[in-house]
Design a protein around this ligand. Sequence first.
Ligand SMILES: Nc1ncnc2c1ncn2[C@@H]1O[C@H](COP(=O)(O)OP(=O)(O)OP(=O)(O)O)[C@@H](O)[C@H]1O
Ligand SMILES: Nc1nc2c(c(=O)[nH]1)N=C(CO)CN2
Length: 297
Amino acid sequence: MTAWTPRDADTVVLTGVRATGYHGVFPEEKRDGQEFVVDVELSVDLARAGASDDLTHTVSYAEVAADVVARITGGPHDLIETLAEEIAADCLARPLVERAAVTVHKPQAPVGVPFGDVFVRVARLRPAVPVVVALGANLGDRVATLDAAVAAMVADGLVTGARVSRHVETEPVGGPEQPAYLNAVLVGRTRLAPAHLLRRLHDIEADHGRVREVRWGARTLDLDLVQYGRPGEPDEAVSIDPVLTLPHPRAHERAFVLLPWDDVDPQARLRVGDRVVAVRELLGGLDRSGVRPVAAG
Ligand SMILES: Nc1ncnc2c1ncn2[C@@H]1O[C@H](COP(=O)(O)OP(=O)(O)OP(=O)(O)O)[C@@H](O)[C@H]1O
Ligand SMILES: Nc1nc2c(c(=O)[nH]1)N=C(CO)CN2
């Protein structure tokens, strides 16, 4: 399987957005103005929008176009490089955009000789943010499955700098009678948008034969997105969407999540409603008797 990077993602493209701006090094450019033309290419996971037909699951090209015109007519800056960076930053501030490639053309630039076009192009990725993924398995070769899931998350470029807790053997919580689980927690960083990351986690579950039949039923592999970003910081994602609730709505009451999370990150903190609480503190209030460390080897 080849490594995935945001460069390969689905794309929203908008070309030829034009307006008069006053950018340029020369005083007459700032006085008289001229036309600037902008092309934007945005990497956005379009799978959910394609299935739901819902504009909120993609990026509105009309909103992007309005932002571009505001930047062209704003400033002014000396350089079209500065304008391109501003437009790319606006695009990446949209929650679903993972990469923005922005081209700024200046067709009437004072080049001094006949010319076809002059343009700059910048391509920027959204910054990597910390992410926490809980892993669970209670069917099949559980150790091999958890190891393979981690390897897939890394190999497919979903996470970088991954660190994984020790495995814990845990009593099933909820659902029908079923075998004991092996659980673990991965902490790392991702450049994927939250919904895209969850979709990719579901793909890895499916690769391991995961089927969704009974709520909280036995499964070969479960990958839950526990937390995205740093709680209380601007990069934190908070959502009450049932398709992706963040932080995970039951993580704070699950010793099978919090114990391995504390193992891999003793400083970990989790949002619980309006509060951000140390995972250690949450653990202090939980029954941990159903969670046992697995002997090494
Ligand atoms: N933070 C999240 N992480 C993973 N799935 C989520 C999250 N928020 C909402 N979901 C949704 O929950 C649905 C059920 O997921 P799943 O089958 O893994 O549940 P479960 O593991 O049986 O139960 P639980 O959600 O209590 O862990 C998924 O379709 C997914 O879209
Ligand atoms: N011990 C344990 N119990 C569970 C688990 C799990 O991973 N471990 N996952 C569940 C639904 O995600 C429900 N119950």
